[in-house]
Every structure is written in structure tokens, then in C-alpha cells.
Design a protein around this ligand. Structure first.
Ligand code: FES
Ligand code: FES
Length: 1002
């Protein structure tokens, strides 16, 4: 049918199918700022203004929008300078989102801005609660909403003609460190929001930071620079994988298994192939049978090879049965229904304890299966870990008390708002281009080459902007589907998962049952600590060994004991990672560590309470300290050879000191008056803590590279293989280059990542980018800086009058876009760049470097939580989360605090509401973002981040990881706060009202 749509005041005539959504129509016209995140109207990513009101376009028919005014992000504002033409510039909302750090992956940003624009039009002076309400229809999985809310309040002030709160250095709550003493304690200020219907967040852009003196003299590193990609994202530019047009693009769909375990007896795709508009249908009989692992990890993959693009057996509801490519999505859907499959059902295994019993049906009986280390498919074991440090039985024998208990953690989803999406095509050189939303472009290329029957050199992987990943895109999940279909048809192909497919056929966090056994002396000294984890990897063993290994490696390393036990700790970590007929688990931010800290920190709380010990002092007494050996460093290293590693920096004690002051621990903990000071007899306040540590990269394994070249205006191209999935890594890598080269960040043009053009990088995982890739960037920048100084010395010497001392390269300092000599003579970088390329001894000034780390310096944190529990209903409200973090030096306080806020928010879902559940036939109960609840803007507690800097000596800028550690402590801190409030001991998260109510009933 023909349709006339008025979009941004321009009429567009288009031909659509009657059932086409407005989202589809807008994107077909090139309005790529309108995003797809679901099909059910739950995420809000597809928001536009229809006659000035925000509407979801995914579930609105395009025909319904005729005769209405449609406004998209593309009309809100533009870059102010466009060559000889200037524009009105960005809208104050867009500017505020850029300046406030409200954009992480940016996938939700256009929708948030449009929703806020409507709010400010009808209400120029909204309260924070009104802003939160207006943003509540747009889900954001990255930010925790704090900075978007601040951005809207800031823009509102600008539009009213008022001066907004500044983001200047003077206003940062810097607390200079006193050597040897830490910083002055941050004063406790009672939370200003005691009424639960009032706003939940302090309106502050910057986090509190206790800075190391060394970092205070830098001009780019340590500063709140806006993200380098923010300007394009705030305009809704076509930056993501699916924002791409190519003639003849076919749409791919996957036929998923309706059964949890079955053999495919017979499959007939002939009816589907005959359907007009179908370009290809592929079954397991049509493509080569190549075994591989979908885990996006370095070579050799530390896990079994147990997957095929298509197999003659299905192992979970959602497993792949066939691929279809067709001219339209509707034809592809129709074709799926025409594929005839005869299944032979097999017994279903959903309980990992039963699945590993002798005689249990075997999930992986394929002869091609490749074992890695301790996997044993005959027992349905994807991995098997046995680590003993010291003499654990002797430690138990020396204890005065033994505490033993079992805990459970659920399967949860990454729920990035941009689904998995890939476009493949042959280029003019007959090379296969894979444009994909991935965290691991170089691993995609290496892993898929044998699967597709192509040499690595004939594959190019391009990673555009990513709309969130959180580990879910550290998986080679659907790249092969599109690639096989492009090979079969010779045509470009797009595959984009629906939200239901994300829940049923993507990856998740491993659920685990964990048993703790701990020996303790009367004075609170730990004598031995043991954990057994039974993990469910689902149908495939992707990340099975490494995720579960990290459960012990990070969570069981924190508490080593005191006195003689500090020098010789007794720690045991055993784990079995078992195949079942659940959808596969995989990588999810935190990578096994949140599963470990729920039991460890709930257990520590129980011990402290039963022995009447102060929970903070008890933990710190036994916690790892700077200068000590990481206890697991000699025992385990992701399936590789372990090597001893000393922890050089640990700010945990200072984190506890600052965090407890901010949350008012001394005023609240153990105070019955405060506990009952709710104004209602059925409500109770509670406060809880958890201490955590993570790692920074994988030592002796993962490597990142960087190259920098100088341009003739003194700007630089920084090319990195590192993958910014919304974290701001492009920005912090640019800041490090800018610091070394003495230029502002705007002179560093960052590009990531394309396997043809950027150096290799292992990708974005293991909290490694700032550390590993940052080290590579600093080294490459140093090479370039050395060459610039050499040329600058020559240029200045040539100009110097006779008798003036000759300068050497080391005499020159790079700052403010100049190379400056001690006597004040200087030459600008633009003169040097121009000179190098055009005038004398011409050369391209550039540097290439890479870095692999021999260590994995752990960040530490103290996580505090405050809750209110209704003891009659079990309802719990989390009122405040405070996290004090030692992540080394903070390169960018705004992006780093955004990581903490967003991480705490995801972890809050893990604490109280997120869980993927299945019926007895293995069908998922949660298949959309309505049933699987992630926090919305108006539901958030107050969030507060404190950075306690230390200087990690193994990095030129002293950094450690920041991205994963906020996932670790929220759940146990909330669980401990609930215990504190009402005595409800719930050992399996999420801690739902029903569980609390049952615990209270006894
Ligand atoms: S894409 Fe429309 S609400 Fe999710
Ligand atoms: S910034 Fe909101 S979903 Fe990523």
C-alpha cells in the first residue's frame, strides 16, 4: 500500500505492506536514530514524537501515523560546524547528554532525548521525580539513569535561562591523599530523600574522588572529558551495525528447536525453498560439519569444542535447526513454517546434579567433540576444577568453629538493548565482510575461518558502535548464520535477533549451587575456607571452565586469614560445570565473580553475626593486603600455566573508611532506633556491606595493539583493535594518547575496530581495555612523541642563531600542542606534522605497539546498601547504594562513575528481581522485557560512587579495572541489609518479597 508520512516536516511517500510497523517504515527511509530493541513495546528504544507526544513505533502500524506529525532525533539538532556552513547547533538536551556523560552505548539516547524534549515542552521546571517518570518508558541497561536524569535537569536549567550546575575541576569533590594516611574522611550527610515517593538520586555529575598526588598534574588523564563518540550518538547518526543500507540485502531467520533434547530424524526444506522470495534454506545436511566453540576467547579456546553451525541433534529449546534467507522478513518467517522436521525426542536433563550422575543420558556423543583439560562429555561435564591451596583439612582441624552452608544464584540475562545483529557480504575482492555488533572482532575472524571454509585473510570483520554487550557479545553467536547464507546465495544478508530470541537462544549468566565451609578461630581469624560450586552451563560449554574458575579465583582470593594463615592460607575451590538441556550460559559482566560473592559475603555476614564480631573489622582482619601473594596466582590461570603474582596496591581499607562515612554506617548499624525510624510500625530499615575484588585482564595471554600516526595539522589518528561497547574505552584510550603527546583529546581521532585496518586486540572482556590496550596506546604514543621531539629539536636548532646551545630531543617537552625547550623556544605540532610530511627528510611519523601483561592487578571495593523492608508483606525497597572503589587511577571520572552506576544497577536486578526460569520441558518462562524486569528510571535507589585512587605500578598511568567490579557486591550487600532490617535469612537470590515473607514466617 502507498502511504504519506510527514517526518520532521518533510512529506515522504512510500510503499509498505499493510502490517508494517512505523519503526520499519522510518528505518527504511534512513531514519536510523529510531532503534529496534524489542517487538512488544517494552524497551522504548523506538520512541519518536507523534504530534509532539512520545510513542513506541515498533508496535504502531505505519498506516496509523499518516496525517500525523512525526519527529525523530534527526531533527532535534546538528553539529554546529559543517565546513563553510554553520547550523543552529545541538539542542540543549543533546549538549547536556554529551557533557553529563549520560551516554554510554548510546542506543537508548535518541529515545531518552525525545521523551525529555516532550517533558520540557510541557513542564519547563520539572522535579527530579518528574524527569524520572518521563524517562521511565525508555529502558537503559548501561547508565543506571543517574546521568541521563542529571542531563535533563541540566538542559531544563539552560532552557530556562539559568546557569546549570558546572562540571569543572574546581567543583570536583577532590580529596587529596595524605601520604600514608589516606584522605580526610568524607563527612556523612543524612540522605535528603526520606520520602519514598521523592527522587532517589543526588543531582551530581561527578563522583567523589580521592586522587593520588601523581595524577593531579596531568592535563588529559584524570579529566572528565566528554566521550569521543557522544556527538554522533546524540544526533542518532547511523553508527550501529544495522544502520546500514546495501542493495539486495536478504533477511535471515533461524528455525529454533521446540524441544529441549532430540535427534533430527528427518528434515525436509523443499517446501520452504519453493516459496517465492526465498533465496536459501540451509539444514545440517547442506553445510560442512566443523566442530568449534562459540566462546570469543584467545587461542587455544580454554574449553571444549562442542558446537556446530547446524547439527542433527538439538540440545535446548531454542537450539538451531535451519537457516533461511529471504527477500523480506515476512517471507523468511513464512519459510520457517514450511520446513518439515521429524524429531526423535530424547530424555531431558535440567538438573546439573542429576545430569552428572553415572548413567545419565549424554548430551554430547558426537565423535568430533574436542576435549579441553578436564571436560568429560561421558559424564556431561564441560569442566571440572579442583584447586587446593595450603592444607585445608589441617586448617579446619585448627578452627574453633566450622560454618557450613549452601547458597544458590540464578540464571540471568545480559539484556543489552541492541540485540545481536550481523550483516555479511562479499566485497569487490571476493572477501567476506562481517559487520557485527561484537566485543571480539579478531576472535570472530579466527574462530569462523574454519567454520566457513575460508582462510583468515579472506575475512574482514568490522565492528561499528555497539548497543551494549556486557559479555553477551563475547560470543560468536550469529555471525556464522549470516555468513553461511551469504556464501550460499552470494548476496548480502542481515540477521537481527528478536527479543524473544535473546531470551531463548542467546547466552546468560551461569546459575550455580554453592556450598561454603569455613573454619574460624574465636578471635575471628579464618583458618580455612572452602567452596564447592555446581554450575549449569546448559547445552554447550562456552566459557564453562573460565567463568566458573573465576568464581573461585576472584571471590575465594579475598579472605586469606590472619596471623600465620595470612602467610600460608588454606583455600579450596572445587567446581563441576555440567551440561544440561537449558540454553547455554556464557560470559556476562563479572564473569563468574558475582556468583562467588553472593555465597562468600552472605557467609561472612553469618559468621560475623554468630561470633558477635564487627562485620567490617572481621572482613578487613582476614582480607588480602598490598604486598601479599594473590593466593590463586600459583594455583590456576584460566586453564593456562599459573605464575606467582604479588598484589601491589590495595585501597580496600580506605574504601571501607570512606564508604561507611558516606552511608552513615556508624550512625545506623546496630542502632534499633534507626532500624525502626520509618514512621510505620511494619517497616524496618537495614544496612549491609560486602567487600569484593576483581581482576584486570588475563595475564600472559591477552594482548592489545595500537597504532598512532601524525597528520599535517598536528592531529593524530589512533587506531585500536580494542572494542568500545559503550564503556567509553575509545575516550580513555584517546586521553592517554593525548596526555603523552601533549594535545587536547579533540586532536586524537580514535578509530576502533576493523580487522583490516586496526592492530590486533583480544577484545572487550576481563576488564582489560584501559589496562592492556591503554598500555599499548601509551607505548605507541611514546614512540610518536620521541620522533616528534627529535624532529622538533632539528627544526629549532636550524633556526637558532649561532652560539646558542644545540637542543637534543630529551630537552623538549610536549604540551599545549607545542614542543617547548627549557629556554622557551617552541615549535607547534602542526608545524612539525607539516614539516615531516612535506618539507624536509619527509617521513610519516607513526608508532605501533602492543602489550601483554604478566600480571592482573585486582581492583577492590566496599559495597554498602540500605534497604527498607515491610515485615508484613516481605516487600523490600533498596534506598541507597554506595560503592567505594579502588580501581587505581581514574582516567575519566565521568565515564568511570557511569560504569559503577550502571554496574550497580544491573547487579541490583541480580539482587532483587532478575531470574530466567524454565518449565519441566525446558521452555523459558521469561521471553520479553515485561516478564523479565530490568530497573526503570523511576524505580532506582540513590546511587553514590567514591573512587579511592591507588597507583598501580605496572601501568604508565597507574590504572586498574573498573567495569566489572560493580557487579559483585550489590546482591550480598542487599541480602545482608535485609537480614539486618528484619532477620530474614534468604540464601538464594534474587531476594523476592515472597522469599522474605516465607523466611519471616519461619
Ligand atoms: S523497540 Fe519499540 S519498545 Fe522496544
Ligand atoms: S546507554 Fe542506555 S542502553 Fe546503553
Amino acid at each position: 500500500m502507498k502511504l504519506l508520512l510527514n517526518i520532521n516536516q518533510v512529506d515522504h511517500e512510500l510503499e509498505i505492506a499493510p502490517g508494517d510497523s512505523l519503526l520499519k517504515a522510518l528505518r527504511s527511509l534512513g531514519y536510523f536514530g529510531v532503534k529496534h530493541g524489542c517487538e512488544t513495546g517494552d524497551c522504548g528504544a523506538c520512541t519518536v514524537l507523534l504530534d509532539g507526544k512520545p510513542v513506541n513505533t515498533c508496535n504502531l502500524l505505519a498506516a496509523q501515523a499518516e496525517s500525523h506529525r512525526i519527529e525523530t532525533i534527526e531533527a532535534v539538532g546538528q553539529h554546529p560546524e559543517q565546513g563553510w556552513k554553520t547550523t543552529a547547533g545541538l539542542h540543549p538536551l543533546q549538549l547536556a547528554f554529551v557533557e553529563s556523560g549520560a551516554i554510554q552505548c548510546g542506543y537508548c539516547t535518541p529515545a531518552q532525548i525525545l521523551a525529555a524534549k516532550e517533558l520540557l515542552y510541557r513542564n519547563p521546571a520539572p522535579t527530579e521525580a518528574e524527569v524520572r517518570e518521563a524517562l521511565s518508558g525508555v529502558l537503559c541497561r548501561c547508565t543506571g539513569y543517574l546521568k541521563p536524569v542529571q542531563a535533563v535537569l541540566r538542559a531544563a536549567a539552560v532552557l530556562r535561562g539559568e546557569a546549570p550546575e558546572g562540571i569543572t575541576e574546581q567543583e570536583w569533590p577532590f580529596l587529596p591523599e595524605e601520604p600514608g594516611k589516606g584522605g580526610p574522611e568524607i563527612p556523612f550527610s543524612p540522605t535528603p530523600y526520606l520520602n519514598p515517593s521523592e527522587p532517589q538520586t543526588l543531582s551530581r555529575v561527578m563522583p567523589r574522588i580521592q586522587v593520588t598526588p601523581r595524577a593531579m598534574s596531568w592535563s588529559s588523564v584524570g579529566k572528565p572529558e566528554p566521550k569521543v563518540d557522544a556527538i554522533k550518538l546524540v544526533q542518532g547518526k547511523p553508527a550501529y551495525t544495522a544502520d546500514f543500507e546495501r542493495r539486495g540485502l536478504l533477511v535471515a531467520k533461524v528455525l529454533h528447536s521446540p524441544l529441549a533434547h532430540a535427534r533430527i530424524k528427518h528434515i525436509d526444506a523443499s517446501r520452504a525453498r519453493e516459496l517465492p522470495g526465498v533465496a536459501a534454506v540451509l539444514t545440517w545436511q547442506d553445510i560442512p560439519r566443523v566442530v568449534y566453540s562459540t566462546a570469543g576467547q584467545s587461542d587455544p579456546i580454554p574449553g571444549p569444542l562442542d558446537a556446530f553451525s547446524l547439527d542433527n541433534k538439538v540440545r535446548f529449546v531454542g537450539d538451531r535447526v535451519a537457516f533461511v534467507a529471504a527477500e523480506t522478513e515476512e517471507i523468511a518467517d513464512q519459510a520457517l513454517k514450511l520446513i518439515d522436521v521429524e524429531y526423535e525426542p530424547l530424555p531431558i536433563l535440567l538438573d546439573p546434579a542429576e545430569a552428572m550422575q553415572p548413567g545419565a543420558p549424554r548430551l554430547h556423543d558426537e565423535p568430533e567433540y574436542v576435549n579441553f583439560a578436564e571436560s568429560d562429555p561421558a559424564r556431561n561435564l564441560a569442566a571440572h576444577i579442583r584447586i587446593d591451596i595450603g592444607d585445608v583439612e589441617k586448617g579446619f582441624a585448627e578452627a574453633d568453629y566450622i560454618f557450613e552452608h549452601e547458597y544458590e544464584v540464578p540464571k540471568v540475562q545480559q539484556a543489552h538493548i541492541e540485540p545481536h545483529v550481523v550483516i555479511t557480504y562479499w566485497d569487490e575482492d571476493d572477501r567476506l565482510v562481517i559487520r557485527t555488533s561484537t566485543q571480539v572482532p579478531f576472535h570472530v575472524r579466527r574462530i569462523l575461518a574454519p567454520v566457513l571454509g575460508l582462510p583468515i585473510k579472506r575475512i574482514r570483520v568490522i565492528k561499528p558502535r555497539i548497543g551494549g554487550g556486557f559479555g553477551g557479545k563475547q560470543e560468536v553467536l550469529v555471525e556464522d548464520v549470516a555468513a553461511h547464507l551469504t556464501i550460499a546465495t552470494g548476496r548480502p544478508v542481515i540477521i537481527e535477533y528478536s527479543r524473544e530470541e535473546e531470551f531463548t537462544a542467546a547466552r546468560s549468566r551461569h546459575p550455580m549451587r554453592v556450598r561454603m565451609k569455613t573454619g574460624v578461630k574465636k578471635d575471628g581469624t579464618l583458618t580455612a575456607n572452602a567452596m564447592y560450586a555446581l554450575a549449569d552451563t546448559g547445552a554447550y560449554g562456552c566459557h564453562a571452565l573460565t567463568v566458573t574458575g573465576n568464581t573461585g579465583h576472584k571471590a575465594m582470593a579475598l579472605y586469606i586469614g590472619d596471623g600465620p594463615y595470612r602467610k600460608a592460607p588454606n583455600i579450596r575451590f572445587y567446581a563441576d560445570v555440567v551440561y544440561t538441556n537449558h540454553p547455554p550460559a556464557g560470559a556476562y559482566r563479572g564473569y563468574g565473580v558475582p556468583q562467588g560473592y553472593w555465597p562468600v559475603e552472605r557467609h561472612m555476614e553469618k559468621i560475623a553475626r554468630q561470633l558477635n564480631l564487627d562485620p567490617l573489622e572481621f572482613r578487613l582482619k582476614n582480607a588480602l593486603r598490598a604486598g601479599e601473594l594473590h593466593p590463586f596466582s600459583t594455583a590456576w590461570s584460566e586453564g593456562r600455566e599459573p605464575r606467582p603474582e604479588t598484589v601491589e596496591t590495595c585501597g580496600l581499607e580506605e574504601c571501607v573508611r570512606q564508604g561507611k562515612a558516606v552511608i552513615g554506617w556508624d550512625q545506623k548499624f546496630g542502632n534499633p532506633v534507626w532500624r525502626e525510624s520509618t514512621g510505620s510500625s511494619h517497616l524496618r530499615h537495614g544496612i549491609g556491606v560486602a567487600m569484593v575484588m576483581q581482576g584486570t585482564a588475563i595475564p600472559y595471554l591477552d594482548m592489545g595493539g595500537a597504532s598512532i600516526k601524525m597528520n599535517d595539522d598536528g592531529s593524530f589518528n589512533l587506531l585500536v583493535g580494542a572494542t568500545d561497547l559503550g564503556t567509553g574505552s575509545d575516550t580513555v584510550l584517546g586521553q592517554m594518547a593525548a596526555e603523552v603527546l601533549g594535545v587536547p583529546l579533540e586532536d586524537i581521532l580514535v578509530y576502533s575496530s576493523d580487522t583490516d585496518f586496526t592492530p590486533f586486540d583480544k577484545g572487550a572482556y576481563a576488564s582489560s581495555t584501559t589496562y592492556i590496550s591503554g598500555n599499548a596506546v601509551a607505548r605507541a604514543a611514546q614512540l610518536v612523541a620521541d620522533r616528534i621531539r627529535w624532529r622538533a629539536a632539528r627544526m629549532l636548532n636550524k633556526l637558532a642563531p649561532a652560539g646558542v646551545a644545540q637542543l637534543g630531543p630529551d630537552d623538549l617537552r610536549l604540551a599545549n600542542r607545542q614542543a617547548t625547550a627549557p629556554d622557551g623556544r617552541s615549535v607547534s605540532l602542526s608545524e612539525i606534522g607539516h614539516h615531516a610530511l612535506h618539507h624536509a627528510d619527509q617521513e610519516q611519523i607513526m608508532g605501533v605497539a602492543s602489550y601483554m601483561s604478566p600480571v592482573s592487578p585486582p581492583p577492590f571495593a566496599a559495597q554498602f546498601a540500605e534497604v527498607t523492608v515491610d515485615i508484613e508483606t516481605g516487600q523490600v525497597r533498596v534506598d541507597k547504594l554506595v560503592m567505594a572503589v579502588d580501581s587505581g587511577v581514574i582516567v575519566n571520572p565521568i565515564t568511570a562513575s557511569g560504569q559503577i552506576e550502571g554496574g550497580m544497577t544491573q547487579a541490583l536486578g541480580y539482587a532483587v528481581c532478575e531470574e530466567m526460569r524454565y518449565d519441566e520441558a525446558g521452555h523459558a518462562r521469561e521471553v520479553d522485557l515485561r516478564d523479565y524486569h530490568i530497573f526503570q528510571a523511576h524505580e532506582m535507589p540513590e546511587l553514590e560512587t567514591i573512587f579511592v585512587e591507588t597507583f598501580e605500578p605496572s601501568h604508565p598511568f597507574g590504572v586498574k579495572a573498573v567495569a566489572e567490579i560493580p557487579m559483585d557486591g550489590v546482591a550480598p550487600a542487599v541480602g545482608n541489609a535485609i537480614l539486618d532490617a528484619c532477620g530474614a535469612q534468604v540464601d538464594d537470590n534474587p531476594v523476592t518479597p515472597e522469599k522474605i515473607w516465607r523466611a519471616l514466617k519461619g
